[in-house]
Design a binder for this molecule. Structure first.
Ligand SMILES: [Zn+2]
Ligand SMILES: [Zn+2]
Length: 214
């Protein structure tokens, strides 16, 4: 497996290049900004990008999608509930004093529990809303790897004060869909450093017994 993290843009978002060495195929997860830098990193891996996957459609996770579709001509996939967020991107950007530019369109939807093939690797989509509508995490069981998007971070959880956010729903998503994975699962979040499920179960202050902070 090839797994490379690039931290991009003003929001320091983690874009992941994930691929299967044997077949030479790969995917991009959340290309949020700095399309040229991402494309260069892809070139260095030698992978052929066959799809772009989105954990969710917040501006910091999708900023480089349009440019990279031009580069790879590949489909962009996300949960259907991400569509409404995509449509709001230009307005969202303006509110932050930014200009979004071309809004990418989804070529297909990813369902909860859907299995996505990346060469010989299989990614399983885990529907984990709460931080954003239609949020997905991607689980690579064979490698013990989870791409957690903005649901779960090292020592923290996603914010729930943005449109469509829901604190109770986020805690349910984390407890019922993510903390049930093996403790040794390595978690690669949408921001910040990697961690493990076991670490977060034991030490994440938002997930402690009775921890109803959110
Ligand atoms: Zn987000
Ligand atoms: Zn984010």
């Amino acid at each position: 497996m090839i797994l490379e993290k690039l931290t991009v843009g003003t929001f320091q978002e983690n874009c992941y290049i994930l691929g299967d060495e044997a077949s030479g195929t790969g995917v991009l997860v959340d290309p949020g900004d700095e399309a040229v830098r991402i494309a260069l990193a892809v070139e260095q891996t030698g992978l052929e990008i066959e799809k772009i996957l989105l954990t969710h459609a917040h501006i910091d996770h999708v900023g480089a999608v349009a440019a990279l579709i031009d580069e790879y001509g590949c489909p962009v996939l996300a949960h259907r509930e991400s569509e409404q967020l995509l449509e709001q991107l230009p307005t969202q950007a303006l509110m932050m004093g930014l200009r979004f530019g071309k809004v990418p369109e989804l070529d297909g939807y990813i369902e909860d529990e859907e299995e996505l093939e990346v060469g010989n690797l299989t990614l399983r989509a885990l529907y984990t809303p709460g931080h954003a509508p239609g949020h997905l995490a991607f689980y690579l069981e064979s490698e013990g790897v989870l791409l957690s998007g903005d649901a779960l971070f090292a020592g923290s959880v996603g914010r729930t004060d943005l449109p469509g956010g829901d604190a109770g729903q986020l805690m349910r998503s984390i407890r019922e869909r993510l903390l049930v994975l093996p403790d040794t699962t390595v978690v690669h979040p949408g921001h910040g450093p990697q961690t493990t499920i076991g670490n977060e179960r034991s030490y994440n202050p938002f997930l402690q017994q009775g921890g109803g902070i959110l």
